[in-house]
Write a protein that binds this ligand. Structure first.
Ligand code: OGA
Ligand code: MN
Length: 298
C-alpha cells in the first residue's frame, strides 16, 4: 500500500524557500518523508521547519536520515577541549563551553564574524558541503537574521558573455581568504597549514537537478591563472550580482526553527546581533558526493 507523506511545503520569499509543516522532525522519518524532503530541497534550495523541539541526538538522527555527515575536522579556532558541543556539530553560537558569551575581542568570536560574509559552507574543503541544517536553541532580542541567495537564479540571469567567461574557471578557497577580507590575519602556523586552499569550479552542475549555478563564496581568493587583483575584482562583481534582492531571502529566527539549505546552489550569511546576548545555533552538515574539480589541476 503506498503512503503519502504528511508534510506540506509552502513557498515563501522569492521562489526558492519552502516552509514545511505537518512533520515532527524529532521522530524517525519514514522513507516517504525522506523522499518528500529531498524532492522539496531540489525544488526549493532552502527549507524551513518551524516549532521543532530537538535534542542534539534528535538533530543528528534527522540529519543522518538525509545523507552522510561531513567528516569531523577542526574548522574553527576552538581547541578540542574547548568544545561546547559534540565534535560533529558546527557550533555557530557565540558561547564558550560554559555557555558564556564571548568577550568582544575574543579571537573565536572575531573569526566567526567571517559568517557575515556571503559564503557556501565548507567550500574550503576538497569535498564541500551538501546540506547544512541549522537549529536554533536561543535567539537574540534583535538582529541575527540569516540571509540566503540563490546561485542558480543568479547564474541564469547572467548574460551569455559572463556565462562564457566563468564556465571553466577554477578558484582557490580558504578560510584565510575570507578572514583576510575582514582584516583578521593572526593565524598560527598550524592554522595556516590546516586552512590551506582547495580548488573549486566556479560553475557547477547540480547532481540531482542537472541545473548550473555559480559557485561563489567569500572563501574564494584567487582564480587559477589569473592575477589576484583581477580575480578578486571579478569575484566581487559576481557576488554583487548574485546577492541582488530578487535572489535573496532573510530568515528571522525563532527558537525551535531548523533551517536546511543546499550549499550546492545557495550562499548565505549572518547579520549582526548584540554580542552580549546568547545566540545558541547548532549546525549539522551533510557532505557532498565528490570534489567539484580534480585537485591536481593546479
Ligand atoms: C552557518 C552560518 C549563519 C548564521 O551555520 O553555516 O553561516 O546566521 N550561519 O548563524
Ligand atoms: Mn555558513
Amino acid at each position: 500500500m503506498s503512503k503519502m507523506s504528511s508534510l506540506q511545503i509552502k513557498q515563501v520569499g522569492p521562489g526558492f524557500v519552502g516552509e514545511v509543516s505537518g512533520l515532527d522532525i524529532s521522530k524517525p522519518l519514514t522513507p516517504v518523508d525522506v523522499a518528500a524532503i529531498s524532492a522539496g530541497m531540489d525544488a526549493q534550495a532552502v527549507l524551513v521547519f518551524r516549532g521543532q523541539n530537538l535534542t542534539n541526538d534528535q538533530q543528528l538522527a534527522f540529519t543522518n536520515a538525509l545523507g552522510h555527515l561531513e567528516d569531523v575536522v577542526a574548522t574553527s579556532l576552538r581547541a578540542a577541549d574547548d568544545n561546547r558541543l559534540p565534535a560533529v556539530f558546527a557550533d555557530v553560537s557565540n558561547l564558550d563551553k560554559d555557555n558564556k558569551t564571548f568577550a568582544l575581542d575574543d579571537r573565536r568570536r572575531l573569526f566567526a564574524i567571517g559568517n557575515r560574509l556571503w559564503h557556501s559552507d565548507s567550500s574550503f574543503k576538497v569535498i564541500p558541503a551538501r546540506y547544512s541544517l541549522l537549529y536554533s536553541h536561543s535567539v537574540t532580542s534583535r538582529g541575527g537574521n540569516t540571509e540566503f541567495a540563490n546561485m542558480r537564479m543568479a547564474y541564469d540571469a547572467f548574460d551569455q558573455e559572463t556565462k562564457d567567461l566563468v564556465e571553466d574557471l577554477v578558484c582557490e578557497h580558504s578560510q584565510i581568504f575570507s578572514r583576510q577580507k575582514l582584516g583578521f590575519t593572526d593565524f598560527s602556523p598550524e592554522e595556516r597549514e590546516r586552512f590551506k586552499p582547495v580548488l573549486q569550479r566556479l560553475v557547477r552542475t547540480h547532481p540531482s537537478t542537472g541545473k548550473k549555478s555559480i559557485y561563489l563564496s567569500s572563501h574564494a581568493g584567487t582564480i587559477l591563472d589569473w592575477p589576484t587583483p583581477e580575480a578578486r575584482a571579478l569575484l566581487l562583481d559576481l557576488i554583487e550580482h548574485a546577492t541582488q534582492r530578487e535572489f535573496t531571502y532573510a530568515h528571522q529566527w525563532q527558537v525551535g526553527d531548523l533551517v536546511m539549505w543546499d550549499n550546492q546552489q545557495t550562499m548565505h550569511r549572518s547579520r549582526p546581533y548584540p554580542h552580549n546576548e546568547a545566540r545558541d545555533m547548532r549546525r549539522t552538515t551533510l557532505a557532498g558526493a565528490a570534489p567539484t574539480v580534480d585537485q591536481q589541476s593546479a
